[in-house]
Design a binder for this molecule. Structure first.
Ligand SMILES: Nc1nc2c(ncn2[C@@H]2O[C@H](COP(=O)(O)OP(=O)(O)OP(=O)(O)O)[C@@H](O)[C@H]2O)c(=O)[nH]1
Ligand SMILES: [Mg+2]
Length: 306
């Protein structure tokens, strides 16, 4: 079993992280108190081993939550599943401003303290893992904390863990967002993702909204529905790792599969053929982008049974 540490930053990152772990609990047979359903050990041992063992038969997610906004505590305090020492917060949100996280006024004080505390907790989780492989960071790039603290942390992680895989689940800006500082926040953060992340899975709320309305028939979707979709896609990405599958059984296999290579594809099942075509249908994209400009370099398709 390879361990992956989930780091959840800012409001969007926290909400997505909570949804993701809730889904992993369902898949792993772990209840809201972290207790393991004993049948699960026989049926699917991989899934619950993805959690760290607190005491006999009680498990806790390998997850760190970081926000400048102290409200994060009131959300996580109601969830005994999570270890309270792995929630780190500041005193006030960065209010949509990346630069506040980096300016000398804040950087020297709160943001740097939060990053130092986060690194210490991550060391702790890594030391208590047998085969720790890397990180999955959930965040949004559009406002202050998700863009600046993610950038600062990625910077430090690439120095301290150069051989570990750093992936991000990033909520990209949507066409309908009109925040003044958003283009600056996004530009700075994207620059950092390109430099310091090995892979970035991108989602945008407009595209998720279309999927919810058109494909899932949800009349008034909101963050909750979008986060469910993101959590399902994250669970599919980590499924082969949690279950020791023969393909993509580690994050590094996953990343190396993106190296362009020509395959002879023979698809025998009609269902797989249809699903594969659907993936390239713009209505199914989780990020709105113009594909007719031909910007694909490579693709990696993961199929999951029922
Ligand atoms: N998918 C999704 N998007 C969200 C969620 N919460 C906020 N967003 C979007 O993500 C962007 C960033 O918002 P936040 O995550 O609240 O910002 P932050 O990172 O906490 O930064 P500051 O509050 O400015 O310090 C906004 O464009 C929101 O529309 C969420 O739960 N799910
Ligand atoms: Mg916030």
């Amino acid at each position: 079993m390879r361990e992956i540490i989930s780091v959840n930053i800012g409001n969007a990152g926290t909400n997505i992280g909570l949804d993701y772990w809730e889904l992993l609990c369902l898949e792993g047979g772990i209840d809201s108190q972290g207790r393991l359903n004993s049948l699960q050990q026989i049926l699917e041992p991989g899934n619950y081993k993805f959690f760290s063992e607190k005491s006999t038969q009680t498990y806790s997610p390998r997850a760190l939550f970081i926000d400048t906004d102290p409200q994060i505590f009131s959300i996580l305090n109601t969830k005994p599943l999570f270890d309270p020492t792995y929630t780190i917060s500041g005193t006030a949100s960065l209010r949509g401003n990346y630069t506040k996280g980096f300016s000398s006024k804040y950087y020297n004080n709160e943001s740097i303290t939060l990053i130092d505390a986060s690194l210490e907790r991550l060391r702790n989780i890594a030391e208590n893992s047998d085969n720790f492989e890397g990180f999955i960071i959930t965040h949004s790039v559009a406002r202050g904390t998700g863009s600046s603290l993610t950038s600062m942390l990625l910077n430090k992680l690439s120095e301290e863990y150069p051989k570990k895989i750093r992936t991000t689940v990033s909520v990209m800006p949507s066409e309908n967002n009109n925040e003044l500082l958003e283009p600056y926040n996004v530009m700075h953060c994207m620059n950092n993702l390109i430099e310091n992340a090995d892979a970035t899975f991108s989602y945008d709320n407009d595209a998720l909204n279309d999927i919810c309305r058109n494909a899932l028939g949800i009349e008034y979707p909101g963050f909750e529905s979008y986060n469910h979709l993101i959590a399902h896609s994250m669970s599919s990405i980590t499924c082969p790792i949690r279950n020791n599958g023969s393909l993509n059984s580690s994050l590094s296999d996953f990343v190396s599969n993106f190296v362009p290579f020509s395959y002879n594809i023979s698809v025998s099942s009609m269902a797989i053929r249809e699903i594969s075509f659907e993936i390239f249908n713009p209505n199914c994209f989780m990020t709105k982008c113009e594909t007719s400009f031909g910007k694909y370099i490579t693709g990696s398709l993961l199929y999951r049974g029922e």
